[in-house]
Design a protein around this ligand. Sequence first.
Ligand code: UT7
Length: 332
Amino acid sequence: MMKSLKRAAITSVGHYLPPDIYDNKFFESYLDTSDQWIRERTGIQERRVLKQGGTSDMAVPAIEMCLNRRGITAEEIECIVVATVTPDMLFPSTSSLIQGKIGAKNAWGFDLEAACSSFLYALNVATRLIESGAHTKVLVVGADKMTAITDYQDRNTCVLFGDGAGAVLLEPIEDESLGLIDFDLKTDSTCGKFLYMPAGGSLLPPSIETVTNRQHYVIQDGKTVFKSAVPGMADAAESMMRRNNLSPDDIRWLVPHQANLRIISATAERMGLPMEKVMVNIHKYGNTTSATLPICLSEWWEQGLLDKGDGVVLVTFGAGYTYGGGYIKWAY
Ligand code: UT7
């Protein structure tokens, strides 16, 4: 049977952050670093740490918050797209594990990995699942247990990352002027070597050597990535504004990937936006990779700061490189 094609919209949001905290003093106690350096260079003050369990254990409470706010059960979900670089295990997919844990017995699903851009990539794919008429209720989850792949002996990276999860529900919407309006996503594979995790995949399976050489952790040439991330995020934001004829007045919120406050500020400046219009929580959670954008959306909605009709621009930049933007007219 032909189904009518409709715009997709986010109709609920949820998030979860584990209660344990590593503040900057924690790193001062054993590394050659300082609270002042971390704050000034990154904007981060503390990050959350999942002490027990895997990524799915954060995704489940985020989803439950999302479904409760919408007033629907897990059985109504048709598809679960999980954006993550830290799946519980290589297979089954974290989506499969979550499907069982929440009792979404009518849902299929899959994991999608595009480093820090995973959530925006997943949001784009899920939007097409709704617009095509294939589905009417799709969950998009961004969740990462970054502490599982962070080298706590490497001061260049360990201060940056934290754990967390966010979830959004996508449904069709009648009003064509609202919802998920535009995406412009990019990949630039020439720079993959500057941010990667060398071992654990098929190229370098786990061995005594890979463990001894500390190759199961994030490795980053921070300065080089920084130099690409600043123009990359700003270009993505400008593209969203140009393609959708947006002036700064049309944008209520910029939702940037939370990797570094200096990258976020530079993006806002290029867009002509004051920082009051930028969602920032990096000081509390650090970089939660796939979870940064949905945690922002859920926290701001919770505070009553997202209203129907608001123009929202999402931008991201991560390993690959993967980067890009999305434009939403908030629908509920
Ligand atoms: O999310 C995915 C995409 N990732 C990003 O967007 C991250 C992009 N990069 C960054 O955010 C920044 O490059 C960092 C925060 C990672 C580093 O900041 P930076 O201002 O670029 O510092 P740097 O790497 O140029 O290092 C400056 C100095 C170095 O010392 P020397 O060589 O000048 O003596 C580092 O060894 O700071 C040193 N350093 C530290 N010092 C104290 C590096 N990490 C630390 C630390 N504490 N934790």
